[in-house]
Design a protein around this ligand. Structure first.
Ligand code: ADP
Ligand code: ASP
Ligand code: MG
Length: 458
């Protein structure tokens, strides 16, 4: 069995879904479990619906709900044009899902109160709608496809908006559900991103979480491989939206991919690699707009050569600088600091320390008010909001000759704030002013990948 995950752009509209169905059709002998995201931009739309409803903006809420419903009805009508009875059933199902959503959004709007629990219910609808329409479209193409409701197998903690998967539950439920859905079918389809807690209440895995769902399902069924179908030719040397002339990477290691994703490469959700590694399942990142392309294979570390693979970056970070004279010669100071981060569930990316100062970076999406308040009880705290983080990633780069020179020489004109060289030898990260990020990343990419010979002249 294989897992094939299709992201938002791969299921954006009639053309994309038609292409995606042909890709699945070409793999039926491998018994695919198809995992889909919401149609492109639909999750954003659902967030807007949640915001409008909680702001008691009934007009905006109704207008956005109408857009959501019409987009899926029109899509179903287009895809099922030649199968009238399937079309009627599909539109009926879309209407049922949208009616339930309207009910909850209107209730939120009347009260002007939005709990995380209700927000999770609202934003789950993108995947429910896309998988419903695509399941009908696959059947209309003659691919007998059964639908699995991911909420019955993707079991998570009670964190409604960022549920932590409970792997034992998932591994106990997924294989049986997939096996039974496969009876009399050529393929099965389910949703990425969504799940439920042990009480059956809806949860989601966090933005971009469909990759993580695919990997968890792959782990649970011990899939031969996990395919992540997206809108780029595999994993590249940098984000092509930021950097020109990026190169496609034929193969990278699990560790390199995990570091790239963790340090900002949006092509994979940061936790995607973990479940696959547990069962040593290769992951392929492929382009649904260019299905014959090779893409990128993510494989066991031993199969991958040393060397620089990518420049990743995080644009939205905060640097928290903690100053205290008490730190000097005091044991237990660091423990106290990091306990505060841990208690508030704020995860830290980079750390650097000097005699009376600790600086850490955190993702800007995390709420840090309480951390700052608690740290301020025994230290001076300054938060910088105008910085960005850059990481050079590749197997054993820290051991490569002249790597620090190669990394920092192109940056000689800008300020570099924190430098961290991971003990894993895979990652050199540092902080720069956000306004210089684009130039820094492009210069670094140029010198590391496009014109390494220019470095010799420095
Ligand atoms: P999907 O909707 O298929 O999950 P995403 O938008 O989440 O797609 O991820 C694909 C995007 O990731 C690409 O369009 C690209 O801009 C971005 N990206 C960031 N870093 C990289 C990288 N190193 N290689 C390839 N794509 C990257
Ligand atoms: N649809 C969800 C999101 O936009 C999950 C995903 O696409 O991976 O975040
Ligand atoms: Mg994604």
């Amino acid at each position: 069995m294989i897992v094939m995950k299709f992201g938002g752009t791969s299921v954006a509209n009639f053309e994309a879904i038609t292409r995606t169905i042909s890709i699945v059709e070409s793999k039926l002998t491998s018994r695919p479990v198809v995992v889909v995201s919401a149609l492109s931009k639909v999750t954003d739309l659902l967030y807007r619906i949640a915001d409008a409803a909680s702001a008691k903006d009934a007009k905006e809420t109704a207008s956005l709900l109408g857009q959501l419903r019409m987009r899926h009805i029109n899509l179903a009508a287009e895809l099922l044009e030649h199968s009238p009875s399937l079309k009627e059933n599909a539109i009926g199902r879309v209407n049922e899902i949208c009616d339930a959503l309207d009910g909850i959004a209107n209730a939120v709007c009347a009260l002007g109160e939005l709990s995380d629990r209700n927000k999770a219910i609202i934003i789950s609808n993108g995947e429910l709608l896309s998988s419903t329409v695509i399941c009908f479209a696959m059947n209309a193409k003659g691919i007998r496809t059964n639908f699995i409701d991911a909420r019955q197998m993707m079991i998570t903690s009670n964190d409604y908006l960022k549920g932590e998967p409970i792997e034992e539950e998932i591994c106990a439920r997924v294989p049986a559900m997939v096996e039974s859905a496969y009876s009399g079918a050529d393929a099965v389809i389910t949703q990425g991103f969504i799940g439920s807690n042990l009480d059956g209440e809806q949860t989601v895995l966090g933005r971009g979480g469909s990759d993580y769902s695919a990997s968890l399902i792959g782990m649970a069924i011990e899939a031969e491989q996990i395919e992540i179908w997206t809108d780029v030719d595999g994993v590249r040397t940098a984000d092509p939206r930021k950097v020109q002339n990026t190169l496609s990477l034929e193969r990278i290691s699990f560790e390199e991919a995990a570091e790239m994703a963790h340090f900002g490469a949006k092509v994979l959700h940061p936790l995607t690699i973990e479940p696959a590694v547990k069962k040593s399942i290769p992951i392929y990142v492929l382009n649904s707009m260019n299905p014959s392309g090779k893409g990128t294979a993510i494989l066991r570390n031993e199969l991958i050569e040393d060397g620089v693979k990518s420049v990743s970056f995080k644009e939205s970070i905060r640097v928290i600088n903690i100053f205290s004279m008490k730190m000097i010669n005091t044991s237990g100071f660091l423990r106290r600091v990091f306990e505060i981060f841990s208690e508030n569930k704020v995860s830290v990316d980079l750390i650097s320390t000097s005699e009376a100062n600790i600086s850490v970076t955190v993702d800007a999406s995390q709420k840090i008010d309480k951390v700052v308040e608690q740290l301020s009880e025994f230290a001076d705290v300054i938060v910088d909001d105008d910085k960005a983080q850059v990481s050079v990633i590749g197997k054993n780069i820290v051991r490569l000759n002249g790597m620090l020179k190669k990394t920092f020489t192109p940056l000689r004109k800008c300020n570099v704030y924190m430098i961290s060289q991971g003990a894993s030898f895979v990652n050199i990260s540092f902080v720069v002013d956000r306004e210089e990020l684009t130039e820094v990343v492009q210069e670094l990419h140029r010198h590391l990948f496009e014109h390494p010979e220019e470095l010799e002249t420095f």
